[in-house]
Design a protein around this ligand. Structure first.
Ligand code: TGC
Ligand code: FAD
Length: 392
């Protein structure tokens, strides 16, 4: 792979909207990605393996629980710093950002928000340091966009719960020590359970042959009469709103992350357009190529502004779920379109692993699908503005 010469576009001087702390956190993440991710990511994506050696580094840049209070091992940062870290990691690779998103927003967040103090003390410091990696089981083979139909269930057996069912498409599953599993009780109410690797009847087979998110490990969670201790139930929130609350936090991070992937594709195409000579001129001198680049930077700038504003709203506790859906949907769509255009600008070279664009392009097919598909987020906006529910 080519050396990482990334220079971040900032067409509207958005840096002026950031605090010194934001810039410090972002620059540390950016440098770390250049040093530790860029040199190895192509190899790991090609061999479809998660690079476990970067886990400590992810913890050091604050990627595991950026906004979780320091007393639990988190970085105690605000929502914009969290977003900037996700942006920088996804600039390197969406699969690596996935691991950080799942750990922070889908595992640490529910333990912090819905767990009791003993659960916080037991799990959060180990997750923040990367000693333990977690995963989040909501999706099932027959219930993806419609998680409320889930069939995974648990029964009260007096001194423990008995868990049965299966989850599918679970990021980090093949090596996670801890799984936050959403399952129905005997009354059909959804609860979160903390399931640990090693519990009898719990297996996590890996999903192979993905063409997308190849540097992220994906698997199933299978529960065959798993005895879960009663103290592993998250006591402070139940119902579908509990997992959806976690998704708000993760979707917000993805909105930032997608900007990172788009910036990398744009920056690569811009550089290439000045170096590649055809018909005696750099291809960047042709109007058609300038149109592509001009539209890319316009879309990136719009997404940067939208997402920064969303971060301000989240810092004030005022961002709605529907606002988050709009940003996730817009930014991933923006990134996938930019990846496609940027790849074309590199001609044949664009399909090789010499450049990051094709990898981003393939990764973004997962990103536009998980955490709510492109269609689902549109319908969430539709419901919000009309008051009419397309899901019922
Ligand atoms: P609905 O009746 O609308 O809502 C049920 C309850 O939930 C509340 N709620 C929310 N709460 C918090 N945050 C949100 N975003 C919420 N949206 C809804 C709602 O108020 C209600 O509460 P209550 O108290 O009245 O019961 O639910 P529905 O069954 O009609 O479904 C709505 C729909 C389709 C929008 C929802 O199910 C959905 O978002 N579906 C998409 C599923 C999804 O995103 N799955 C993601 C799985 S995890 C994943 O992909 C991780 S990838 C990680 C990585 O690798 O990065
Ligand atoms: P379906 O729900 O079957 O949707 C199929 C199509 O129908 C889509 O185009 C969808 O938009 C459309 N559709 C569905 N309902 C409607 C409707 N009402 N109106 C209009 N169109 C509709 N899940 C987890 O729980 N944890 C994870 O860690 C996780 N990681 C993932 C990692 C990867 C790489 C991938 C690919 C997925 C992951 N997922 C995870 C699952 C992901 O959240 C689901 O794939 C996603 O929610 C869509 O569900 P589905 O695949 O079952 O598609």
């Amino acid at each position: 792979m080519k050396p990482d010469l990334f220079e971040a576009p900032d067409y509207y001087n958005l840096d002026e909207l950031l605090t010194d702390e934001h810039k410090l956190v972002r620059d540390a993440a950016r440098e770390w990605v250049k040093r530790e991710v860029s040199p190895i990511i192509e190899e790991y994506a090609q061999k479809a393996e998660f690079p476990t050696q970067i886990i400590n580094g992810l913890a050091e840049i604050g990627a595991f629980g950026p906004y979780i209070p320091m007393e639990y091992g988190g970085a105690g940062l605000d929502q914009i710093s969290y977003g900037l870290i996700m942006q920088e990691i996804e600039r390197g690779d969406s699969g690596i950002r996935s691991t950080a998103s799942v750990q922070s927003s889908l595992v640490m967040y529910p333990i912090w928000k819905y767990g009791n103090e003993a659960q916080r003390q037991k799990y959060l410091p180990k997750l923040a340091s990367g000693e333990w990696i977690g995963c989040f089981g909501l999706t099932e083979p027959d219930h993806g966009s419609n998680p409320s139909g889930m069939v995974t269930n648990f029964k009260d057996k007096g001194d423990h719960y008995l868990l049965n069912g299966a989850k599918m498409w679970i990021s980090n599953a093949p090596f996670a020590q801890v799984a936050i599993v959403w399952a129905k009780d005997e009354r059909g109410r959804i609860h979160g359970l903390i399931v640990e690797r090693g519990m009898e009847g719990f297996t996590t087979p890996e999903t192979h042959n993905k063409w997308s998110l190849r540097a992220s490990a994906t698997g199933e969670l299978i529960f065959d009469n798993v005895k879960v201790p009663k103290e592993n139930l998250l006591p402070n929130k139940s119902g579908l709103g509990a997992p959806l609350g976690c998704l708000d936090s993760a979707r917000y991070g993805i909105a930032w992350g997608a900007i990172g992937a788009a910036m990398d594709c744009y920056d690569t195409a811009l550089r290439y357009s000045k170096e590649r000579i055809q018909f005696g001129k750099p291809i960047g001198q042709f109007q058609l190529q300038q149109k592509k680049l001009a539209e890319m930077i316009t879309e990136i700038t719009k997404a940067q502004l939208l997402t920064w504003r969303l971060g301000v709203l989240r810092n004030d506790g005022k961002a709605s779920s529907a606002q988050i859906s709009m940003a996730k949907r817009n930014n991933v769509d923006m990134a996938i379109n930019i990846a496609r255009e940027a790849r074309q600008m590199l001609g044949g070279m664009g399909i090789t692993g010499e450049y990051s664009i094709m990898r981003h392009s393939m990764n973004l097919e997962s990103v536009i699908t998980y955490e709510g598909t492109h269609d689902i987020h549109l319908l969430i906006t539709g419901l919000d503005i009309t008051g009419l529910n397309a899901f019922k």
